[in-house]
Design a protein around this ligand. Sequence first.
Ligand code: SF4
Length: 83
Amino acid sequence: MADEQKNDTPKIAKIEVDRDACISVASCVDIAPEVFELDSEGKAVVKNSQGNPDNTILEAAQSCPVNAVILYDEDGKRIWPKE
Ligand code: SF4
């Protein structure tokens, strides 16, 4: 099942979108449509941080060509992009 939570994905506690970096490719929206949407400026925004499983959110972040989706775990440590 594609939506099944994978054990190797860290728990995602916070999702940020770097609006200045976002170039409106929308691959994040394609992969995690319940989490991301494009606003009226064509920039990605988080509409529901719990909308898709964490491994799907990670995949969406990794799909962003400009690394504009930034993920943090419960300790505030950055999960993606890798430091
Ligand atoms: S994939 Fe990246 S550049 Fe594309 S809409 Fe999402 S955040 Fe913006």
